[in-house]
Design a protein around this ligand. Structure first.
Ligand SMILES: Cc1cc2nc3c(=O)[nH]c(=O)nc-3n(C[C@H](O)[C@H](O)[C@H](O)COP(=O)(O)OP(=O)(O)OC[C@H]3O[C@@H](n4cnc5c(N)ncnc54)[C@H](O)[C@@H]3O)c2cc1C
Length: 460
């Protein structure tokens, strides 16, 4: 992909570091609103990246003006969501809002082409290696080209959309908080020649967990998420295929005749976290600021939603006073956390290896009603908060039902309740919460930004 050929300008309204989901979305929103934008990307995009690609809300692409191109990539709309968890069937249909499983090489190609059309200045194969500062504000970046030459780019705002190991995050000293450790690893491959319906399959049985979905170019994603301590050699396709056919019925008798394209890929360590999202002259968007257990496959839509929300805050403030922009960034930080937090904990719960009688009762409760199953699907599409299916009301109903179940002993139930209370206490602990809340610089009355108490210093 060729970089934009617009003449280079050295001062920008915004510099965006990273040119994949979050970076492209930011660049499209901001350039459309009249911002001058530079995008700096150290790789060639599109290129392979460690990610699968379940997308639960394609309307986010319409907002970016790329829905037609995304759909033209050929990933079939997934209207059947087959969820089987520990013997409980939570499946639903979603004819009106199909999901999509679009390989990143295709998605990133669409998004980066759209960025090229905006006229943003794109620096490809160029890494941000340092930040420029003016007093306590970030005022630009130092970039390094592949031949080692360095140059400075100046901007009112630097946006790190540079992934989990964010360079911008490290250079501004952004703290991580609410860190969680994944209990499962991930292995996945793409198979050609799998005749199956356009449905997404999520199946967890015992310690095993599989995700299967047809994606673009006639391929099917087959992904396993065994516990970290699993001793089978999942790099061996035979292992992936045998668990897949055991857990996902439509693969039986067909996967053995299909062809694995490339090799089985793996990711082992992927701790979840929130990272300070903003400070004077900088913000982090997408994985740079927040990463959650991939079991729920939410990172792409999260990145798109965050870029949309951050842009909405920034667009009315084009070339406003720095303090006004900074206050808007702090408001966005709060908004990001409020938006992401319920799903974050739900993802961790779904990725847990050991479950208990209360978890199972919650699943049965949801499975028992079409309304609840639809609600779960809306939660997974982020149209409802996760608390709608795992909040206190649901937990209490599940507890009452478990009490009446002869197969559940009081001791088991007590242990499950104790475990749940302990997890909640840990999640809501004052230290965690304090670390999670941004302190706000007092900027007076700015419409749309809630007045906040706190230290006049930045928290980062
Ligand atoms: C195994 C796995 C499976 C997943 N499955 C799903 C799924 O099914 N659905 C889903 O929604 N999400 C999934 N995710 C999460 C999803 O991949 C991420 O949330 C998403 O990629 C975030 O996009 P991003 O643009 O924020 O970051 P990235 O895609 O990581 O992009 C960051 C970019 O920044 C660039 N960069 C980094 N440092 C610099 C620097 N110093 N200078 C210049 N450029 C730099 C990188 O080269 C990269 O191109 C999965 C993740 C993993 C690991």
């Amino acid at each position: 992909m060729k970089p934009s050929t617009r003449p280079e300008a050295r001062r920008f309204d915004a510099i965006i570091v990273g040119r994949r989901v979050a970076g492209c979305a930011m660049a499209i929103h901001l350039t459309r609103a009249g911002f001058s934008v530079a995008v700096v990307e150290r790789d060639v995009v599109p290129s392979d990246t460690l990610s699968t690609h379940l997308i639960q809300d394609v309307s986010l692409f319409a907002e970016l003006g790329v829905l037609r191109e995304v759909m033209a990539c050929g990933a079939p709309p997934l209207r059947e969501i087959a969820l089987h968890i520990d013997g409980v069937d939570l499946s639903t249909s979603n004819p009106d809002r199909p999901w999509l499983c679009l390989r990143r090489i295709s998605l990133d190609a669409v998004l980066s082409a759209a960025v090229n059309r905006t006229g943003a200045l794109v620096f490809e194969q160029t890494a941000v290696v340092d930040l420029l500062r003016s007093g306590d504000r970030v005022s630009g970046v130092v970039v390094q080209a592949p031949d080692g030459t360095r140059r400075e780019l100046h901007a009112s705002l630097v946006i790190g959309a540079d992934g989990r190991n964010s360079t911008v995050g490290r250079l501004v000293g952004a703290r991580k908080y609410d860190i969680t450790h994944n209990e499962r690893t991930a292995y996945w491959g793409y198979y050609a020649g799998v005749p199956m319906a356009n449905s997404f399959h999520f199946s967890r049985r015992g310690r095993d967990l599989m995700l299967v979905a047809p994606c673009d170019q006639g391929m099917t994603l087959v992904a396993g998420q065994p516990p970290l301590d699993d001793e089978r050699d999942w790099r061996d396709p035979a292992v992936l295929e045998s668990v897949a056919t055991e857990l996902v019925a439509p693969l039986r008798g067909v996967l053995s005749r299909a062809t694995l394209v490339g090799e089985v890929r793996a990711v082992r360590r992927m701790d979840g976290f929130f990272r300070d999202a903003a400070g004077p002259g900088w913000a982090l968007v997408g994985d740079a600021g927040h990463f959650k257990d991939i079991v729920v496959g939410q990172g792409i839509c999260d990145a798109l939603r965050q870029a949309s929300a951050l842009s909405k805050r920034l667009v009315p403030l084009l070339r406003a006073e720095p303090s006004v922009v900074d206050a808007a960034l702090q408001g966005w930080w709060r908004e990001r956390d409020a938006d992401a937090r319920p799903m974050y904990w739900m993802a961790q719960d779904l990725g847990r290896v050991e479950t208990d009688v209360l978890d199972q009762e919650v699943l049965r409760l949801i499975a028992g009603s079409a309304r609840h199953r639809r609600r779960l699907q809306q939660v997974l599409a982020h149209h409802r908060p996760a608390t709608d299916v795992n909040g206190m009301k649901v937990q209490i109903s599940a507890m009452a039902r478990a009490l009446l179940r002869p197969s559940v002993s009081v001791a088991e139930l007590r242990r499950a309740v104790g475990g749940g209370v302990e997890r909640q206490r840990e999640r809501l602990s004052p230290q965690r919460r304090a670390a999670a809340l941004p302190a706000v610089r007092v900027v007076g009355n700015i419409s749309g930004i809630p007045a906040q108490q706190g230290s006049p210093q930045w928290s980062g």
